[in-house]
Design a protein around this ligand. Structure first.
Ligand SMILES: [Zn+2]
Length: 100
């Protein structure tokens, strides 16, 4: 198991998880349920984390995330369906899953 991504913004972590999964790599999330308990643990410990199951997948996963982040530069996309903003690299609205 290797940690490949974590961020304070759970949305970005979910996105990274999707990116890695779409690359055919098996991943697991940690701290998925502690987001509401950040008063009891340090903020960093409560960050959602993406881990690859196989150590050998670490580098391909990091490369996939990096490639995806390059495409997220630019203004947020505002969903025409629900009005929520998603980072530019998202192909779907994070909120209602409408395609952009
Ligand atoms: Zn939406």
């Amino acid at each position: 198991m290797r940690l490949v991504y974590t961020d304070q913004n759970r949305l970005l972590v979910e996105h990274a998880r999707n990116v890695v999964e779409n690359a055919g790599i098996e991943v697991t999330l940690r701290n998925e349920w502690v987001g509401g308990a950040s008063g009891e643990v340090s903020p960093t410990a409560a960050w959602l984390e993406v881990w690859v199951v196989e150590d050998a997948d670490e580098q391909p996963a990091l490369a996939a995330i990096e490639a995806a982040q390059r495409t997220t530069d630019g203004p947020d996309r505002v969903c025409a369906n629900c009005g929520e903003a998603s980072p530019a690299g998202f192909a779907q609205c994070w909120n209602c899953e409408a395609s952009f």
